[in-house]
Structure formats: C-alpha cells, structure tokens
Design a protein around this ligand. Structure first.
Ligand code: IPD
Length: 272
C-alpha cells in the first residue's frame, strides 16, 4: 500500500523535528548571540536562525517545490510551487530557550491546498512530541510512549485552568495584563508559560482547559490548532472569526463559547 501524502508529510515533519531538537539541545552555545526584533524584549537568537535554516534545508532536500512561511523570515519564492506549504516556528518560546527554561518547542504546521493537514510540536526538554493529521486524531509521544489526546469537558469558567500569553509591545502588554487581572478572578486559575504552541498542545492533552491570546502569528498556532481540534477541542478567532485575525482562542468544546463571551467582553473593555 502506498503511503498517503499526509502520512509521508507527518513522517518527514517528525524526523525533521527530531534533528532540529538535537541541534537546539546539543549545539546550544553557552554565550548565545541574539538581536532584538519588533521591540527590545523581542529576541531572535542565532539558534532560531540556524534551526529555521536546518528545517528548510531538510524539506528542500526531498520536496524542492514546497513553500514556506517561517517566523525568521523564510518565504522563499518557488518557481513551480507544489500545493504544500510549511508554516514553521523554529523556536516557539524563544525567551524561555534563551534562559534555558524548558518550556519551548519547534512548531511545524503543514498546509495542503491552503488547509492545515499535519501539525507537529516537539518540546525536547519536556521529552514530548505532539502531532496530528487531519481526521486522524492527535497524539503525544513522551519518552517513546504514545498516547491519544483528548481535551477535557465542562463549560464552567470557574472550574477551568486558562492560559494566555503576551506580545512584545509594552502598550499591548498593559492591555493584556489588565484583561488577565479580570480573567484570573473568573477562572479556577491562569497560567502564562511562554510558548503558544505548547499551550495549545496542553489544551489538547487536558492539562489546560482553555487558552486565549491577542496578537499571535500563523507560525505560533498552525500546528497546535490542528492538534487541539483533532483532540476534540475548538479553536477560532473571536465571535465566529477564523484563526488568523487579532485573537486566538482554544478550549474544550463545551467551554469554547463561554471563553469567547468573556474574551469578547474583555476586548471591548480594554482593547478598543
Ligand atoms: C511567543 C510565544 C509566547 C506568546 C507570544 C509569541 P516566540 O512566540 O509563543 O508564549 O505569548 O505571543 O510571540 O516569539 O517565542 O516564537
């Protein structure tokens, strides 16, 4: 039997996530060079760039006509493009990586004909690889043991563990902080761990009930959003919008509308 396109893309992405993990863990320099991006606190390290180059080179070695959207700028024009696009964040949680805090991941989402079909999120220092193929479920491999992912259930925000994140612009952070001050009083508790891709995988794994953030980019959520929906959860923008706008929401399916209601209220109060 021939392997389906999605399955062969998954296998390639898993293998690339593994060699990129090895690079980021074993070649992590003691004195890492870095530059600022959008603001002084928004970092790009030499390893973000090396990891993105590594991923792109590995894909191009076997699939030269695929396109890319990479956090560190890879968007190479391809003369005869295939219908496959790789949306990659070589290090999601760069600040954590820089501090050697283990909550960071390599995030690889793969679109076929404009729709995400495969998602891989590898968190090497957590010894975890999350992955999903459209309509085939979501899985976690932890130290070689594989388990199927399923979100939690329950629609009550005061029984929910809710994560969020902050962008790098101080003015935006003030608004995000003000909104979070209300959310922390409404939810069972809140978390801000510093890597959106892992936060999404944690929703899929039932380690969080919900996640929301203002201002994510496609590479932050491409892989994780498929992993959430394949685990039975819901993702979207605010008020019926698709992911990809200003807001990103993910939750177990029971809780999604409640989360949307509260985040929409907080948006009107703090973000207008
Ligand atoms: C960031 C992380 C963080 C989120 C930020 C993202 P980066 O990604 O996912 O948790 O709050 O909005 O930009 O910059 O580390 O790839």
């Amino acid at each position: 039997m021939t392997e389906s396109l999605n399955q062969s893309l998954l296998n390639l992405a898993l293998d690339i996530a593994k060699t990129t993990s090895d690079l980021l863990v074993n070649k992590r320099p003691e004195n890492m060079s870095y530059e600022s991006k959008s603001t002084p606190v928004d970092l790009v390290t030499e390893m973000d760039k090396k990891a993105e180059e590594h991923i792109v080179q590995r894909v191009q070695a076997v699939r030269p006509n695929d396109s890319f959207l990479g956090e560190e700028g890879t968007a190479k024009p391809v003369s005869n493009p295939s219908n496959v696009r790789w949306i990659i964040d070589p290090i999601d949680g760069t600040v954590n990586y820089f501090y050697n805090h283990p909550y960071w991941a390599i995030s690889i989402g793969i679109e076929v004909d404009g729709e995400i079909q495969v998602g891989v999120v590898a968190a090497p220092l957590l010894h975890e690889v999350y992955y999903a193929v459209k309509n085939e479920g979501a899985y976690l491999e932890h130290d070689g043991k594989k388990s199927k992912l399923k979100t939690n259930s329950g629609a009550k925000l005061d029984k929910a563990l809710v994560a969020t994140g902050f962008g790098y612009d101080p003015e935006r952070r003030k608004k995000q902080g003000a909104a979070l001050a209300e959310m922390v009083a409404l939810a069972r508790d809140t978390r801000r761990a510093g890597a959106a891709a892992i936060d999404l995988c944690y929703v899929a794994a039932g380690r969080l009930d919900a996640y929301y953030e203002f201002g994510l980019y496609p590479w932050d959520f491409a892989a994780g959003s498929l992993i959430v929906t394949e685990a039975g959860g819901r993702v979207g923008g605010l008020n019926g919008e698709k992911l990809g706008g200003d807001w990103s929401l993910a939750a177990n399916a029971d809780l999604f509308d409640v989360l949307n209601f509260e985040v929409s209220r907080l948006k009107d109060k703090y973000f207008n």
